[in-house]
Design a protein around this ligand. Sequence first.
Ligand code: HEC
Length: 133
Amino acid sequence: MYSYAFRYGFICVVAVFALALLAPTIAAPDPVERGKYLVGPAGQCADCHGATLMGAPMDPGPPGVPWAKRSANLRGLPMFVTDAAAIAYLETARLPGGKHARGPMPQYHFNAADATAIVAYLRSLSASRGVSR
Ligand code: HEC
């Protein structure tokens, strides 16, 4: 019969291996994959920005509310010169000049990690829709 020490030692070794296998998934998610998830199933940006995220026509909004006729092309985020400006926009809903985007763009307030991941993903998309991503 095995001693307690042996049994607990064995359990510890198994636990350390299990943690070693799980740690990379918990500690370091790929920002581009995280961004793809936030833009896709979680955030559903394609509802307004179109299946290829190249922008789409919008229905008219309520009278008196600033409203865009079209959503923006998100592939590569051409409207932002720097990543920092794009991240700040997704965190604060303020464009570099301080204004909000027109409706129906929601005034999102993502946290820094999520905003950074979304920008990493959208910057990774090539400007043309022919490319698979
Ligand atoms: C309900 C519709 C809707 C949804 C959902 C939506 N957008 Fe938009 N978005 C718009 C419209 C419309 C514009 C254009 C606003 C304008 O021209 O003033 C826009 C503009 C933008 C812009 C450019 C802002 C600017 O004026 O330069 C970014 C970046 C953006 N959206 C990101 C996203 C992301 C990321 C998501 C998902 C997390 C998302 N949008 C979801 C409608 C939407």
